[in-house]
Ligand binder design. Structure first.
Ligand code: EPU
Length: 424
């Protein structure tokens, strides 16, 4: 298993870039199932989760290839005639990545049947899919849960009004992908407004779908009979961008992250400014210039456009170095403070009570062996290591590899002392 070794090495300086967005790529790759033929997606990040989604598509009968050399971020997918698609996503794949459930909507919409292993809970929470199923049922799918699998069937889905009980990103995406081939109009109310949902709608419209309102909380879909394949370049990863900006902030550095979209990161940029960092748009990127020491700031995670839960752990790492006390409230997932215990092992002064963490800044971080527990937690430990005195070894970095394309190489390019090692 790989580990990442980081040694605090002073301010990061220079230019780096954000890769394609994981959480846009996953639903977009699943959406290929909606149209027979050859799809081409560009700016697809080389991540373990993307690889898993391509394996899921492969198990369903859709071959894919990633081009090589300069075109290594191009993925081509061949979707065969309906009779050649086996609409079953097996447990072995779904258990490695719960976003595999994103094939459920496209399968039932286009193939009339889907059998997808129920994703279990994961480290950050129970993460049920009741809202996905509620939406598909409203569109006329018959749903059965047997032997750990969701079976969905429908001759043809019918448009309906769906009001989600809570805001769910992949739930909105699953139902959106199902509704595009339904007969008639669908209204998705209380929809997720994340940029990745908007991006999925953009791709579906390119395929010939008729969607409006994506990015707001009501999405209208007028069903069509068939869609055609697309060629599309995926938006940049706002969470990777934010993580790289925090790397600059935590080291007192000055870094330009290119291929970044400031509008997708407004809440994060606002908080970083409140800590005393100067954040500006520059060309196709975002520059962060950090003060010698950041100020404490309170954070509450919310659905977009609020502060993203996927940036909570990274900001916590930063705030351990701040002047003053910060209060962080996690509103999206019930168990997303697992980085706290590891940050404490590095000397951070953090206490938690339910959904709230109190971070008393300035205790000084010291390097330690720590263990990654989920994707964003691992990123926060690498960030803390950049600031800590001495050596930090982050184990189980397969979590990091699920969502960051060569993070250590990007950090090294900015002057960080970081390397990947093999651990037994
Ligand atoms: N929820 C339900 N029922 C459902 C669906 C969701 O109770 O049917 C609850 C969840 O348990 C959670 C809340 O609603 O408490 C929000 O979950 P949501 O469905 O929005 O999360 P998700 O779609 O499973 C996506 C991202 C996550 C990100 C969340 C929140 C993808 C592939 N994953 O998950 O990304 O944290 O939205 O923004 O898009 C990550 O990249 O590290 C990551 C975990």
């Amino acid at each position: 298993m790989d580990a990442i070794v980081v040694k605090g090495n002073g301010p990061l300086e220079g230019e780096t870039y954000a890769s394609g967005a994981k959480n846009a790529a996953l639903p977009i790759l699943a959406s290929a199932l909606l149209a027979q033929g050859e799809h081409q997606f560009r700016n697809v990040p080389g991540l373990a989760d993307v690889h898993t989604m391509l394996q899921v598509l492969g198990a369903l009968g859709c071959d894919s290839q990633r081009l090589s050399g300069k075109s290594k971020n191009v993925v081509q997918i061949h979707v065969p005639a309906p009779g050649k698609v086996l609409p079953e996503a097996p447990y072995d794949l779904v258990k490695t990545m719960r976003a595999s459930v994103l094939v459920l909507g496209p399968l039932v919409a286009r193939y009339g049947r889907a059998r997808v292993s129920m994703p279990g809970g994961c480290a950050i929470g129970a993460r049920p899919i009741d809202q996905h199923l509620k939406g598909l049922k409203a569109l006329g799918a018959e749903i059965e849960l047997t032997e750990g699998y969701v079976e969905a069937r429908a001759k043809r889905l019918k448009g309906a009004t769906i009001t989600f009980d809570l805001v769910t990103v992949t739930g909105t995406e699953n139902v959106l992908m199902a509704a595009v081939l339904a007969k008639g109009r669908t209204l998705i109310e209380n929809a997720a407004k994340e940029p990745e949902v908007e991006e999925l709608a953009r791709v579906l419209n390119k395929m010939g779908a008729r969607i409006s309102g994506a990015g707001s909380d009501v999405i209208t879909v007028d069903g069509v009979d068939a869609l055609h394949p697309v060629d599309h370049a995926i938006i940049s990863d706002r969470i990777e961008t934010g993580t790289l900006l925090v790397a600059a902030a935590i080291t007192g550095g000055n870094v330009l992250v290119r291929h970044a979209v400031p509008e997708h990161l407004e809440a994060v940029i606002q908080k970083l400014r409140q800590t005393g960092c100067t954040v500006t748009s520059e060309g196709d990127g975002i520059r962060l210039k950090a003060p010698a020491r950041v100020q404490a700031v309170d954070i509450k995670t919310h659905e977009h456009p609020g502060f993203p839960t996927d940036m909570q752990a990274q900001l916590m790492a930063l705030l351990t170095t701040a002047q003053g006390t910060s209060v962080i409230t996690e509103n999206i997932f019930e168990n997303r403070f697992m980085h706290v215990a590891e940050l404490r092992r590095m000397g951070a002064d953090i206490t938690t009570d339910g959904h709230t963490a109190v971070v008393r800044g300035g205790a000084g971080l010291s390097g330690a062996p720590v263990m990654a527990t989920d994707l964003r937690a691992s990123a926060s430990l690498v960030l803390a290591g950049l600031r800590a005195e001495g050596k930090t070894t982050v184990s189980r970095v397969y979590h990091l590899d699920r969502g960051y394309e060569q993070l250590e190489k990007k950090l090294k390019g900015l002057g960080a002392n970081v390397r990947r090692i093999k651990e037994r």
